[in-house]
Design a binder for this molecule. Structure first.
Ligand code: SF4
Ligand code: SF4
Length: 343
């Protein structure tokens, strides 16, 4: 395992990190084993979020006696100061620590979110105060909207940017990554498997290893998955013509069904919560059908309000067939809900 310094945070991190979503779907004991296996193989960076259910608690349990050996990043989706402070205190408690190495404002994609964050009494005030108190070492931001991410890093308020990056979603590599490098920000790559759409780890990581200053944070759900992905870091990362052809094939096949969560399609005039509904299938694969049906119930219950007006399709830069896709996801949600009622 190689290590590098994550931009101006000065934090020395392993060249691949650990994404904290998939440990939601395994038991606490299994999660601790998986986390420790990753640590034993050299992974020192662990990314989680208040929104990832018991992920923080599992990470806290795994590293309770070795806090100084790992770098912990977490996030809040709250936009108001009170909510962000409550999330931070909860993260500290769950992670069994008195400081967070990197605290990120989570999924800031829309202007209204940013306005709320920077308004008096907003989340920015609260996290800046917590940083002054030593509870937070560094502030970061995450987004799925490219123009918003570029705007946010230019504010100079953050030390890292986390954005999707994989061989299907590679728009970030130009302006966003280049600007982040100029500003000496740490660059985190979420969704190395395009949210579960890429099922070929070898190709996914060959692509990512072309960018050694970008830290990918794949999710791990088993010891085997840790061993498989980390073994790729001992092999050649040269991308061959055959690899490029494989990547093109994936892009062609997935391009028309892959939601980037950029939120350009919103708002829906009928109140459908389009973006999270578009992500339902991926969430159910990553968390579990039961957890997805529970946690996205309110979102999915807006889908029947769709009247097929097509407004969202005209706004989607990827021309996704949104009404058709969300209806398929709604059928899946109903199956999952029926299943979870049985158990
Ligand atoms: S097609 Fe459906 S989801 Fe899209 S904007 Fe119209 S009502 Fe909303
Ligand atoms: S449906 Fe299209 S516009 Fe809406 S979040 Fe997904 S990729 Fe973006």
């Amino acid at each position: 395992m190689n290590y590098f310094v994550l931009g101006k945070t000065g934090l020395r991190v392993s060249e691949v990190g650990f994404g904290g979503i998939p440990i939601i779907r395994i038991s606490a004991d299994e999660a601790v084993s998986v986390l420790k296996r990753a640590y034993d193989k050299g992974v020192t960076f662990y990314d989680t979020a208040n929104a990832y259910r018991d992920s923080e608690a599992k990470i806290g349990q795994a590293f309770k006696n070795m806090r100084d050996k790992v770098v912990i990043a977490t996030k809040t989706q709250k936009r108001d100061g009170k909510g962000a402070s409550e999330h931070l205190e909860n993260s500290l408690k769950m992670l069994r620590t008195d400081y967070i190495d990197l605290f990120q404002l989570h999924q800031v994609a829309q202007e209204k979110d940013w306005e709320a964050i920077i308004s008096p009494g907003g989340a920015l005030e609260a996290v800046t105060r917590a940083k002054d108190q030593g509870k937070i070492r560094h502030l970061g931001i995450t987004s799925h909207s490219l123009p918003m991410a570029i705007k946010l890093i230019k504010t100079g308020l953050f030390s890292t940017i986390q954005f999707p990056f994989n061989f299907i979603e590679k728009d970030a590599k130009d302006e966003l990554h280049q600007t982040a490098r100029k500003l000496n920000l740490g660059i985190l790559a979420m969704k190395p498997f395009a949210g579960g759409m890429i099922d070929n780890a070898k190709i996914a990581f060959k692509f990512l290893r072309q960018y050694p200053d970008v830290l990918p944070i794949p999710g791990f759900h088993s010891i085997e998955s840790v061993d498989e992905i980390l073994s790729l870091y001992t092999k050649s990362n040269e991308v061959t013509d055959e690899d490029l052809a494989t990547m093109d094939k994936y892009r062609d096949e997935l391009g028309r069904q892959f939601c980037r969560r950029c939120e350009y399609c919103q708002p829906c005039p009928k109140g459908v919560m389009i973006t999270p509904a578009m992500g339902y299938r991926v969430v159910s694969m990553r968390m579990s059908p039961k957890v997805a049906a529970e946690s996205l119930r309110q979102v999915m219950e807006t889908v029947p309000q769709c009247v097929n007006c097509g407004v969202c399709i005209t706004r989607c830069p990827y021309n996704l067939p949104i009404p058709e896709m969300i209806k398929k996801h709604y059928d899946l949600f109903e199956q999952h809900r029926a299943l979870s009622k049985k158990h």
